[in-house]
Every structure is written in C-alpha cells, then in structure tokens.
Design a protein around this ligand. Structure first.
Ligand code: ADP
Ligand code: ASP
Ligand code: MG
Length: 419
C-alpha cells in the first residue's frame, strides 16, 4: 500500500463539476489500495478576488488580517471536496493547515513552513479516510494564521509529502507538465519528461509558475520526487528529481518570462565608495526584495543605478528610493513597470560556451532591446520591454531548437545537437 499526496490547483477545482471530478480521481486512487492525502487550492480566481476586496478597503491592510482573509479561499474547497467524496459514498475528512499540523514562521503572506505535525492526518488515514488538506496556509507557534505566498499550495503538498514520508507527490494542474516555455505563450512548447531540481529551481525562480519556487527548494532539501501532471487527463507528466545519467541532457531546458517585476533607476548618483551599500542597505531595511542590479560606468563623477523589484514591493521601494535620492544627493529617480525578464535555463550551459552570445544575437535579430543582463552558472536573464516579452520567448525557443520537432539530446547518437 502506497501513501500518495495529490495536489490540485485553482483551475482544477474551479467549479463544483471539477470538484466532483477531483473527488472521483481521489476515490479511484483509494480503491487501488493507496492511502490518499489531497492538498487543494482556492477555487479558480478566488485568491485574486479576495486580494481585490482587501485593496478596495485599504492600500496598506495589516498583513495579519490579509492572511485571515486569504486563508478562507482554501477552506471553501476542502469542505466542498470532502462533501463531494461523501456524496459518492466514501469517507473523507477535511483539515485546515492548522488542523493538519502545518507549523510556519510568522512572516505573514510569505510564511515558511517549519514543521509538519502529521499525527492527525496519520490517524485519519489509518481510519481509512481520504484526507483533504487546505493548501497555502499554516499556523505559527503562537496560533496565528499565515499564508505561504502565491502558489503556496505546491509547498504545502511537498511539505506534507515529506512529513508523512509519502511514496509519491503528484502536482495536478491545468497543463500536462513542465514545458520548455509557458505553453500559453509558445504553442510549440514541448513537455519535458524529467527535469532536475537544479534546473527546476531556476525555471521556477524566473517565472515558470507551474511550481512555486519554495516547493522546489523543499522537495530538493527533503528528496521528495515530484510528478507534475494534468488534472484533466491521465497522460504522464514531468518528473522533478535529482539529476542522474538517465535524464535528457538537453543543453537548454527552457525559456521563461516574468512580468511581475518593475525596474527602478536612480540617476546621477555621486560616484564614491559606499553609495551602493547605502541604496541596497536602505532597501533591505524596508524588506524590499531586489533581483537584478546594474550600475553604469560613471562619467564626470556620477553614475546611474538600476535594479528590479517585485511589483508587490514597489510601494515600499518608491518610498525608500525617494529618501535615498535626498540622502545621497542624486539627481532623480524613475520607475518602469512595463518590463519583463526573459531567462534561458539549462545545465548544459556549464559546459557549452556561446549560449549567451547566441541568446543576444537572437534577441537582436528579433528587434528586442536589452535593458539589463544577469547570469548564473545555468541561467542567463535579460530585462526587456514588457511588450516584447512574447516575441523574445518565441524567438529564443525556436533559435535553441526547443520545439517538439527539434528535440535532440546532447548525447544523441545521431550526432545532431539541440544547439
Ligand atoms: P495551479 O493553479 O494548478 O497551481 P498555476 O496557474 O499556478 O496552476 O500554474 C500552471 C500554469 O503555469 C500553466 O497554466 C501555465 O500557463 C504556466 N506556466 C508558465 N510556465 C510554464 C512552464 N514552463 N511549463 C508549464 N506551465 C507553465
Ligand atoms: N490560492 C493560492 C494562490 O492563488 C495558493 C495556490 O493556489 O497555490 O496563490
Ligand atoms: Mg500554482
């Protein structure tokens, strides 16, 4: 008898019909003889709607109350799903994050899971029930409700799988797996059979929202193998696990885009030691996350500093930069919200030179202007205008041969290479 954790995202539980479909899927797993734990998200756009309600009341709501509000979304789904299973003649019990023993730290709206006290879930499984856990939420040791950041139900599923020592952690979503690009932007994108934690971390960090970044980190740290697959069919999806020699060795595993960041530029900053330390020190004090940074070559004793930050941190970033401009006697600052970060990810970059050159040449041919560039050992990212994001993704996807027809492993005996 296997213990399986099956996570269903918002679209997969978006209507009562779909909840009935999920109920049948869970029952089928139970009838195969498995112990079944479901982790579910809020229905459809419910989380966005709740955020909208809060924004209509206040632009700076207390984060504790935001979590109180956001956690209600998942609670609706768990109750309806348990009712659906009962209506089909099977035993199920729903648990909030707190009831399922999900203990988190107190950083509201981006809390981290510290521990899963799974006794209650284990008892319910032992009693032969299907257990349904609300994703995206936890409880601090002080008894406060928290949420885990957007997409956080993925992390709940992985943490529950690790806590229970599950045999399988399946992430059911509205696409067939992890693709070489967002299939909604690049119709020629190809589903990958397996992807390493290392590559999936970079893909998730740069915009492939099919898995939350923290879920991938948690999976890697606890050795939880993930199967990302569709809730609408039985096709095999994508396995995410430690790299090994049986994996496809494509040089590039995917291209991502992310429009969730804005670019801030501070102009004519006096060019003296310690200036960057002041700018980024003040931003850190205000809990503003910073991603890419660029400092121009200075001329005539002054320089420009640009950085990108998540749009959700932008209000704090603006207040901080306003004060920094005065403190450092810089000339001015400006914000560009219409930017996108385009990234190329692939473990093969470590051993294949020339990927960056090819990326820049491809973008130039497509008429895409580059604002900022950053790299890691297996990723190259460029910031471009938001209106050029889709053009950039498609041009790179095709230039690096990622579409279905062109897939060839690096070690292909035919000698054809993907790059
Ligand atoms: P869920 O509600 O099931 O958690 P999400 O909307 O969070 O689903 O994530 C699934 C979506 O991620 C897909 O609908 C797809 O548009 C998007 N996506 C972005 N990049 C990728 C990628 N590389 N592979 C698969 N899906 C991707
Ligand atoms: N409902 C939450 C969100 O929309 C969590 C999740 O779906 O994973 O971000
Ligand atoms: Mg998601």
């Amino acid at each position: 008898m296997a213990l399986v954790v099956m996570k269903f995202g918002g679209t997969s539980v978006g209507t009562t019909d779909r909840i009935m479909h999920v109920a049948r899927r869970l029952i089928a797993a139970k009838e195969r003889g498995d112990q079944v734990v479901a982790v579910v998200s809020a229905m459809g756009d419910v989380t966005d709607d709740l955020l909208g309600l809060a924004a209509a009341i206040s632009l700076t709501p207390p984060v504790r109350e935001m979590d109180m509000l956001l956690a209600t979304g998942e609670q609706v789904t768990i109750a309806l799903l348990a009712m659906a299973i009962h209506s089909l003649g099977h035993e199920a019990i729903s648990f909030t994050g707190a009831q399922a023993g999900i203990v988190s730290d107190a950083s509201h709206m981006k809390a981290r899971i510290q521990e899963v006290r799974a006794d209650r879930v284990m008892d319910a499984l032992a009693a032969g029930r299907i257990v349904i856990v609300a994703g995206f939420q936890g409880l601090t040791p002080d008894g406060e409700i928290t949420t885990l950041g957007r997409g956080g139900s993925d992390t709940t599923a992985v943490a529950v799988a690790a806590g229970l020592g599950a045999d399988l952690c399946e992430i059911y979503t509205d696409v067939d797996g992890v693709y070489t690009a967002d299939p909604r932007v690049e119709p020629a994108a190809r589903k990958v059979e397996t992807v390493s934690y290392e590559e999936m971390l970079e893909l998730a960090a740069t915009g492939a929202r099919v898995l939350q970044l923290r879920a991938v980190e948690f999976a890697r740290n606890h050795g939880v193998v993930l199967h990302v697959r569709s809730s609408f069919n039985d096709n095999p999806g994508t396995i995410v696990k430690e790299a090994d020699e049986t994996m496809e060795q494509a040089i590039i595993s995917g291209v991502t885009h992310d429009t969730s960041e804005a670019k801030v530029t501070i102009r004519d900053v006096p060019d003296r030691p310690g200036v960057a330390a002041v700018v980024f020190g003040r931003l850190a004090e205000q809990n503003v996350n910073v991603d890419l940074i660029i400092q121009n070559v200075s001329e005539a004793g002054s320089t420009d500093i640009s950085f990108t930050t998540p749009k959700e941190d932008l209000a704090r970033a603006k207040r901080t930069v306003e004060a920094v401009v005065t403190e450092l006697q810089a000339r001015e600052w400006q914000v560009d919200e219409a930017v996108a970060k385009i990234s190329l990810v692939g473990a093969g970059m470590k051993t294949h030179p020339g990927v960056a050159a090819r990326m820049f040449a491809t973008l130039a041919e497509a008429g895409v202007n580059l604002d900022m560039i950053s790299t890691s050992s297996i990723r190259i990212s460029c910031v471009v205008g938001a209106d050029q994001a889709e053009t950039a993704v498609r041009a790179l996807h095709s230039a690096f041969g990622l579409e279905a027809a062109a897939i060839v492993a690096e070690s292909s005996p035919s000698g054809r290479g993907a790059v």
